[in-house]
Design a protein around this ligand. Structure first.
Ligand code: 6MZ
Length: 337
């Protein structure tokens, strides 16, 4: 194996943007999909995965999410997904991971969303020795304000392991303005926030970017499509960005990373994290994401190390920064960087 690729695998890594259900192994996804019609539909979606423009690709991804949501039907399913996700991160030498998920109930509410969260937190605790993980709760663009408020309350109730609030879901639905009161409350209680921004090239999406930047979340996700003015504001205000190469390439319809905005923000020494987004659905891992970046933009091993070190300052659980930096220091000494 290439020496640099090997380095990307061995270096201790930090994952800050991973949607729990999007991390599902494809073998598990197929096992959970019981009906043959759904299996056939997944085959077709897989085949058409990288066809069409940004809107068509997003539609494909979100149809997969809806299939996925329909086949995760109980706590055992989510326990399995959480367990396998953590195992996959551990074997990729990820030392700290912030996983995000939209809380859900099962069996018409008989199993409440608090049980969903507790099931995930239990798994996280079980793996604590091998990987330190924290949870971020997602508010989905399609939800009601009432549901979003409930999510905020849940985040407050499990404050030790829930470290932030995310805003995600189908970017065709421009609803940040509607949820702004919930995110204002999150700020009031010092809960960190991360908002998906600029995922589509259309005018409405670009306009919504302004509202999101005005809010000034703790971190931003993607920022694929934007105006120069918005770019300058994010740079000036130093709002950290979570970038997800494979996912961004797919949804932006780019051939390779050369045109990706990593370069621009990296050159400006902007706070950045490289992340996987949906490692199962996108068939990637954090090492391969970093390797792509290193290869495309000719980072040295030392520069990659320094990059991951600066990412450690962006983690929501500030108590864990020192832990990550210590591990990175040890690695640097051992590999004579
Ligand atoms: C926006 C995304 C996403 O919450 O069920 N999700 N939302 N943009 C993306 N980039 C392509 N990738 C994933 O995880 C799955 C959910 O995460 C959101 C979608 O709403 C998806 O249904 P959880 O664990």
């Amino acid at each position: 194996m290439d020496d640099v690729q090997c380095f990307c695998e061995l270096i201790p890594k930090i994952e800050l943007h991973a949607h729990l259900n999007g991390c599902i192994r494809s073998s598990t996804f197929r096992q959970l999909l019981s009906s043959p019609t759904d299996q056939t539909r997944l085959d077709t979606l897989d085949k058409e995965f990288s066809v069409g423009d940004t809107h068509a690709r997003m539609a494909n991804v979100f149809e997969k999410f809806s299939l996925l949501r329909s086949c995760v039907t109980n706590l055992d399913d989510i326990r399995r997904i959480a367990r396998e996700t953590l195992e996959d991160f551990i074997s990729d030498n990820v030392i700290y991971a912030e996983l995000r998920t939209r809380p859900r109930s099962f069996h018409n509410g008989k199993i409440p969303s608090s049980s969903y969260i507790e099931a995930i937190l239990d798994i996280m605790k079980k793996y604590e020795e091998k990987i330190c993980s924290r949870l971020i709760l997602s508010i989905d663009r399609t939800q009601t304000l009432e549901q979003a408020m409930e999510t905020l309350k849940l985040a407050e109730n499990y404050r030790t392991h829930i470290v932030g609030l995310d805003f995600s879901g189908d970017p065709n639905i421009k609803s940040f303005e509607r949820f702004r009161p919930v995110f204002d409350l999150a700020k009031q209680i010092n809960l960190s926030t991360t908002i998906h921004i600029g995922e589509l090239p259309d005018k409405e999406c670009i306009n919504e970017n302004n509202l999101i930047i005005d809010y000034k979340p703790t971190r931003l996700g993607h920022f694929n499509f934007r105006t120069n003015d918005q770019e300058q504001r994010v740079l000036k205000e130093q709002i950290p960005l979570e970038l997800c190469p494979t996912s961004n390439l797919l949804t932006m319809n780019l051939l390779d990373l050369t045109e990706h905005h990593f370069d621009l923000f990296y050159k400006n020494k902007h706070p950045l994290a490289i992340c996987t987004d949906d490692s199962g659905l996108m068939n990637c891992n954090l090492s391969s994401e970093l390797f792509q970046v290193v290869q495309t933009f000719h980072l040295t091993k030392k520069e990659l190390y320094e990059f991951i070190f600066q990412t450690s300052n962006l983690i929501f659980d500030k108590n864990m920064i020192e832990f990550c930096q210590k591990k990175l220091n040890i690695f640097s000494q051992q590999s004579n960087l």
